[in-house]
Design a protein around this ligand. Structure first.
Ligand SMILES: Cc1ncc(COP(=O)(O)OP(=O)(O)O)c(N)n1
Ligand SMILES: Cc1nc(C(=O)O)sc1CCOP(=O)(O)O
Ligand SMILES: [Mg+2]
Length: 211
């Protein structure tokens, strides 16, 4: 098992005014492995403008920039990769389009979906939701045991998602999650996004000490 577990940051579904400054402060506050742009239901032009604004902020800091839902647009815009759900198009086609780039696949709480994604060539498999969340209506509940099973059997990294906070993340880290993906724990942190990143990283370190 890789002894590390890293933070995977996802943007809020709607970007507030001045988001660039909040993003830069968050990414400067501590280790963030990647940033996923997740603008649900935004027109393609708006997503393109957001990529042009935000991708340089991430890449300048060595944070991989992934686009949610749209592998062709990720390829066209030179993103570092894409995240696709089970209804987000042809995974094998996306794998070819994003050759050499990162492709992550949502696998809910399903061992079968994860094995299929791993065999297809996914760079990570995402499991969730581990906890209730206000960010999205979820239909699947994942258990930390799934992360332990995956990390013991497979080399492909796992991402845990759904309602994860500094307070509840320890069992996921200790079960072997390679990444913790969060929205609210960072963007809704009462002291700001930078404090959210610091707090998540501290919680990950504390949990790794107890692994
Ligand atoms: C890292 C990560 N894991 C899971 C998801 C969820 O993807 P999906 O099921 O396609 O749902 P939407 O995010 O598109 O609403 C994700 N985005 N990122
Ligand atoms: C985008 C997303 N996908 C999920 C899944 O279970 O597949 S849960 C989720 C929302 C994550 O936001 P927060 O960290 O605020 O709970
Ligand atoms: Mg999706």
């Amino acid at each position: 098992m890789d002894e590390r577990c890293r933070l995977y940051l996802i943007t809020p579904p709607v970007l507030p005014a001045g988001f660039e400054d909040h993003l830069a402060a968050a990414l400067d506050a501590g280790d963030v492995a990647c940033l996923q742009l997740r603008l649900k239901d935004a027109p393609r032009d708006e997503v393109k403008r957001a990529i042009a604004r935000l991708m340089p902020i991430a890449q300048k800091r060595d944070v991989a920039f992934l686009l949610n839902d749209d592998a062709p647009l990720a390829a066209e815009m030179g993103c570092d990769g894409a995240h696709l759900g089970q209804s987000d198009g042809d995974h094998a086609g996306a794998r070819m389009l994003l050759s050499g780039k990162i492709l992550g696949i949502t696998c809910h709480a399903s061992r079968h979906l994860a094995m299929t994604a791993g065999e297809m060539g996914a760079d990570y498999v995402a499991f969730g939701a581990f906890f209730p969340t206000n960010t999205k209506e979820t239909q699947h509940v994942a258990d930390p045991e799934l992360l332990a099973w995956w990390s013991e059997l497979m080399e492909v990294p796992s991402v845990a998602i759904g309602g994860i906070t500094a307070e509840n993340c320890a069992p996921l880290v200790q079960a072997g999650a390679d990444f913790l993906a969060v929205v609210g724990a960072v963007w809704n942190h009462p002291e700001g996004a930078a404090a959210g990143v610091r707090r998540m990283n501290q919680a990950i370190r504390d949990a790794l000490d107890g692994r």
